[in-house]
Each structure stands twice: as structure tokens, then as C-alpha cells.
Ligand binder design. Sequence first.
Ligand code: ATP
Ligand code: MG
Length: 300
Amino acid sequence: MDNPSDVGTPVTDTHTPVSQHAPTPSVAIHHDPTVVDDTPRELTFELDQLQVTYGRSVAVKGVTLGIAQREITAMIGPSGCGKSTILRCLNRMNDLVPSAKVEGTLLYHGVDVYGPTVDPVQVRKKIGMVFQKPNPFPKSIYDNIAFGPRVAGASKNELDDIVEQALTKAALWDEVKDRLDDNAYGMSGGQQQRLCIARCIAVSPDVILMDEPCSALDPISTARIEDLMAELKDEYTIVIVTHNMQQAARIADRTAFFTVVSGEESESRTGQLVEYDLTEKIFSTPADERTENYVTGRFG
Ligand SMILES: Nc1ncnc2c1ncn2[C@@H]1O[C@H](COP(=O)(O)OP(=O)(O)OP(=O)(O)O)[C@@H](O)[C@H]1O
Ligand SMILES: [Mg+2]
């Protein structure tokens, strides 16, 4: 794989190991989130006081956290607290919303994602996205996967390999290897979602972002995607937004809980990060009462 940070000029000269990541005083980190099983991890993303405004309304503010490499990080919280907004910042998808303005700092392997030297197209190649509703192209299964690599200039032989590898990694190869020329719309919803994950993998990303990837799927397809994520995290950094708390508890190494705070003007509601920690801690002994109320179902 290419250098994962190859999207622009680093603003720091080395990757910051998680264990050296000193939170700023206003950070909503109540517990050192930096070590899992005593293994220090590098950070893929460092968010510092990230804020997103749509027009004049601040959607989410003050988000400071580090997302560790090759882990699954979950973002949970009530509707409208800014989970999708923060997720879309990570690969500059918010650029596509004209009224969106991003402030604060977002580093990707030490590179300022919103810096002047960064090409958003390169960012989105390294940081792929899987959406709530599977969105295959109206093309064959093969061409769905081959699309990105073909644009990048891969040969027919290379494409055959890439398609097989991506479908294998997405746990779909055995189910579709005899019907690669069939239209992807003929697949089940769960298969289509795995196809979208395979399409994402085919362009050799470093990170996979997932916004409620299982909310349209039945429990069996959901379990398959969760198993798949657990396998993929050996190679990729995964960030998932989910409303399914059992899902976050099952699969995420760390979990960030967001909430919505009402402002002085009655219509102003702003998302905030309440707590970010190891998933086990968030679901067993969270530091903030709001987190406890949410994860125990007393709120939201
Ligand atoms: N394109 C947009 N234009 C204007 N406002 C937006 C846009 N997208 C989101 N918002 C606003 O930003 C806030 C956060 O929205 P966001 O979609 O990030 O929340 P969320 O936590 O993902 O919610 P949900 O769980 O319902 O998906 C909301 O108040 C929402 O109305
Ligand atoms: Mg959302």
C-alpha cells in the first residue's frame, strides 16, 4: 500500500504514538484512552476542538479525540448530535455541502486534512466510506469493484486479481464468484453492503468510515458485517457510527459518546462530545452521568 499519509504535507514530523498524545485541558477525555492491552497505538486521526457549522448554526463543537490505527472506533449518541457530521469531516465529505464550515484541527497521520496542500480526492482514496443504505452502481458485480482501480489505470489481469481479493476480504467471493457478470442490484441487501465494503477495499484505503452500515440489514447480515469488521481491523482503521449500542459494545475498541446541548436561543442545538474511552469502560463504568443514562437506555 502507498504511504497512508501521502495526501499532503505533514504538519508534524512524526506520527504521534497514542501513548504520547497529551489531551488539551478542555478535552472530554476522562480516562487515558491511549492504551489497549498495554500496546501503544499510533493515531490515525487527531481531532482538536473540531467544530462544524452549517450556515449560521453550529452543528457540533469542541470535539477533541484521537482515533487509533487499526482499531474500531464507534461514535454513538442521540439523533442530531453530529456523528455523521464528524464522520464526514474525516474524509472531507462535508466539502460537498456548500454551507458547511469546518474549524479546529484535524490531523490524518500528522497531516492537516484541511491544509492548503491537501487534495480532497486523494483524501477520499485513502479514507473510504460505506453508507447506511447500500449504494452499488447499476453495473455488474465485477464492474462495481473494478471501477476505481480501472480509473486508476489497472490492467485487465490486475483487475481480475483486485476483484477477487477485494471480494474475498469482504467475505463475498464464495457467494458471487460464479455470477460476477450479474447486475449488483440482484444481490440481497446484506450482500450489497459487503459489495460496497469490497468496492471501498479495492482502492487500497487506509481507513474505512461506516455510517450506520447495518441499519438496513437483518440480524444475520448484520452479524456477517460485524464479523467482517473484526477481520478488517487487522489492516484498516475503522470508524463506525451506530445507533445499535449492542453493536458498539460488541465490535468497537473505543467508543465516543456525543449528545446535543440546547443553546440560549430555543432553536439552537449543538452536538458535543461527552466522553471518549475504551468501549468496555463506556458501557460498564462511564465517567459522565449522561453517558450512563444513554447506554442504560434512560435517555435518547
Ligand atoms: N447538510 C446539512 N445542512 C444543514 N444542516 C445539517 C446538514 N447535515 C446535518 N445538519 C445538521 O447538523 C446537526 C447534526 O447532524 P448529523 O446528521 O451529523 O447528526 P447525527 O448524529 O448523524 O444524527 P442521526 O443519528 O439522526 O443520523 C443536525 O442539527 C442537522 O440538522
Ligand atoms: Mg447520522
